[in-house]
Design a protein around this ligand. Structure first.
Ligand code: NAP
Length: 253
């Protein structure tokens, strides 16, 4: 597949490596100068390009930037994304980083906010896995203990394409429904960054409680705030453990 990736941070760079390893053709861009991506370019063979180039002639466009960047990004992109391109949204809302976004505070789902800003349908996926798990916990297709991730969106065909890509990157897919159901995979849910296999994911997606999401998100965040951000590859497993406790994840198979 031909893939464009906007944002080459923790999640974006992990996806760039995984997609290249699976043999996909990847273009990438960031907020600052593309020269910052030279090392990743020579390591992976993904091509660093400006924003207007990253959306050209791609089957899938992954948007992996802080949520607060989305309105600005949408303005820069205008109508440049082809209607045939599937858009993956990996974003999450964290007021401590993104500031207060009134629409979301008033109940709009995070990926509906993104979709509205872009004026395009999006598929929500990869928002509910820590970058550490994405880098280090993927497994080949067919492995029993493989981590499964929720996918939501309104276009069934697009979700099938995304499920294939997800499997190529080392993870099972579980379609949880339309974008209006995507609150079930937002921060605060028992499936959020808790590294579940398919049967655990199936059960826990039903246990998500919308009214508890923001409160539990803030509670789980307290663990992250105590860690050294530069050492994230050392503490992500403890973060998963903490999330499972705070989000009351049921670990029975
Ligand atoms: N980290 C995780 O474990 C995790 C897990 C699941 C979901 N997420 C979500 O995924 C998204 C990305 O997270 P992350 O941790 O990868 O973030 P990050 O490490 O801070 O990286 C953000 C990337 O986005 C780029 N960027 C920012 N604004 C941009 C713009 N206007 N146009 C183009 N590129 C832009 C940055 O470019 P520069 O490098 O040039 O600044 C950087 O490459 C967030 O919404 C986050 O909540 C994160």
């Amino acid at each position: 597949m031909k893939i464009g990736i906007i944002g080459a941070g923790q999640i974006g760079s992990a996806l760039i490596r995984l997609y290249r390893k699976a043999g996909h053709s990847v273009k990438m861009t960031n907020a600052s100068k593309v020269e910052k991506l030279e090392a990743l370019e020579s390591e992976t063979g993904a091509k660093a390009v400006p924003l207007n180039e990253v959306v050209k002639d791609v089957d899938v466009l992954v948007i992996s930037v802080p949520l607060i960047e989305i309105p600005k990004l949408a303005k820069s992109l205008g109508e440049s994304i082809s209607l045939d391109t599937i858009i993956i949204d990996t974003t999450n809302y964290y007021p401590i980083r993104d500031g207060r976004i009134e629409e979301i505070e008033n109940g709009m789902l995070e990926s509906i906010f993104v979709s509205n800003q872009l004026s395009r349908p999006v598929i929500k996926v990869y928002n509910s896995i820590l970058a550490g798990s994405l880098c280090q916990a993927g497994l080949p297709n067919g492995t029993n203990s493989r981590i499964a991730l929720p996918i939501s969106g309104d276009d069934k065909q697009a979700k099938q394409v995304v499920a294939t890509l997800l499997s190529d990157s080392g993870f099972d897919a579980f379609d949880i429904g339309n974008l209006s159901d995507s609150w079930r995979q937002q921060p605060g849910s028992p499936v959020y960054c808790t590294d579940l296999n398919l049967s655990q994911l199936r059960r826990n997606i039903q246990k998500a409680q919308k009214e508890f999401l923001p409160e539990r998100r803030e509670l789980a965040l307290q663990f992250i705030l105590k860690q050294n951000p530069a050492l994230w590859l050392e503490w992500w497993r403890d973060c998963v453990t903490n999330n499972r406790i705070v989000y009351e994840t049921d670990l029975n198979d």
